[in-house]
Design a protein around this ligand. Structure first.
Ligand code: FES
Ligand SMILES: [Fe+2]
Length: 346
């Protein structure tokens, strides 16, 4: 297999929220591959190449019949393995009438798809975010998309000083950029950026939700896990109570959030999000306010990065600043992994 893309292929990618997949076919392009997703009669996820073996019509324009999918053009029907089991106009089924099946799995509210041409090993499992299915934590989900290279979205999440500017009307304040001390470290293929901001003004959304307008100590622990997962621990506590290590009663905001930048194709990205919080830390109204503001925040990011993409020239000589350390380390890691995958495939 020759690989020329900017993304890894021998990986599990999140292809959809669980709630998006039903017994109506769903078309998705993941890492450049067109797939159709649906649920069989038991509710299991089926993923097949979205191209009929007959005349290449999208199977996603067909319908689910029992556990199989029937092409909407001339009615050829394929089972969960992608094998044609019916040709309505004849008895004999051509032996090579099949479409590519994809390994798929459902976990913690997400549908994961393996895009490699080889089978995943037992160690290669879908990303684990246990907080999304943990007693005592509530989880909220979102799915967006953007017209940009998936790595620009990861860049965005590796440097959260942008909150003070891109999100100054919601979750950011100037202090987020000006008061933080960032530490970047690598653990294997993971890159972790830790920022602690002491004695800064609370962000507008946080005042709106908690009613607390005194200064806070704020933390952002950002972890990049290849190929495109960014796990965040973010929060703030009343100033002087210990920040990340404060007692729960002094924590005003305390969340574990996963951002997922699944490449759709070279310059388009699926953006999935789940955020969790202790069930007893927010009333439903408070949480709804946080959720509504977060959707505004995600949209602000998508618009900024789409704008960036319209100007983005990979050969342009960009300047770097200190806060880019996490991004640069992430980019270097991805480049190395892609080069290794290419080398093993050639
Ligand atoms: S293209 Fe699918 S049945 Fe003809
Ligand atoms: Fe942002």
């Amino acid at each position: 297999m020759t690989q020329t893309t900017s993304f890894l292929l021998n990986r599990w990618y999140v292809a959809a929220l669980s709630s998006e997949v039903s017994d109506t076919p769903l078309a998705r392009t993941i890492a450049g591959q067109k797939v159709v997703l649906y649920r069989d009669s038991k509710g299991d996820i089926i993923a097949l190449e979205d191209r009929c073996a007959h005349r290449q019509a999208p199977l996603s324009l067909g319908e689910v019949v029992g556990d199989n999918i029937q092409c909407g053009y001339h009615g050829l029907t394929f089972d969960r393995e992608g094998t044609c089991v019916r040709v309505p106009s004849q008895k004999l089924i051509p032996p090579d009438a099949c479409v590519r099946p994809y390994p798929a799995a459902e976990k913690q509210g997400f549908v994961h798809l393996w895009t490699g041409h080889r089978t995943p090993t037992s160690e290669e499992t879908p990303f684990d975010f246990p907080f999304a299915a943990m007693d005592g934590l509530n989880a909220r989900y979102a799915a967006l998309s953007g017209k940009f290279d998936y790595r620009l979205l990861i860049d965005n999440l590796m440097d959260l000083t942008h909150l003070g500017f891109t999100h100054k009307n919601t979750i950011g304040t100037g202090g987020v950029a000006e008061s933080g001390t960032a530490k970047t470290e690598r653990q294997g293929d993971r890159v972790i950026v830790t920022r602690e901001m002491e004695n800064i003004a609370p962000a507008p959304t946080h005042v709106e939700v908690t009613g607390y307008s005194g200064n806070v100590d704020r933390w952002q622990i950002i972890e990049f896990i290849p190929p495109c997962f960014i796990s965040l621990q973010v929060g703030n506590a009343k100033h002087g109570t210990g920040g990340f290590n404060a007692d729960d009663k002094d924590k005003l905001i305390n969340r574990r959030t996963l951002h997922i930048a699944t490449p759709e194709a070279e310059n388009t990205t699926h953006y999935f999000w789940v955020s969790t919080y202790p069930s007893d830390s927010m009333t439903p109204d408070q949480e709804q306010t946080i959720y509504d503001r977060t959707l505004e925040v995600l949209d602000e990011d998508v618009r900024m990065i789409e704008g960036q993409q319209t100007r983005y020239d990979p050969d342009f000589s960009m300047i770097d600043i200190n806060e880019d350390a996490g991004q640069l380390s992430m980019r270097a890691t991805l480049e190395r992994l892609i080069a290794e995958e290419r080398a093993s495939a050639s």
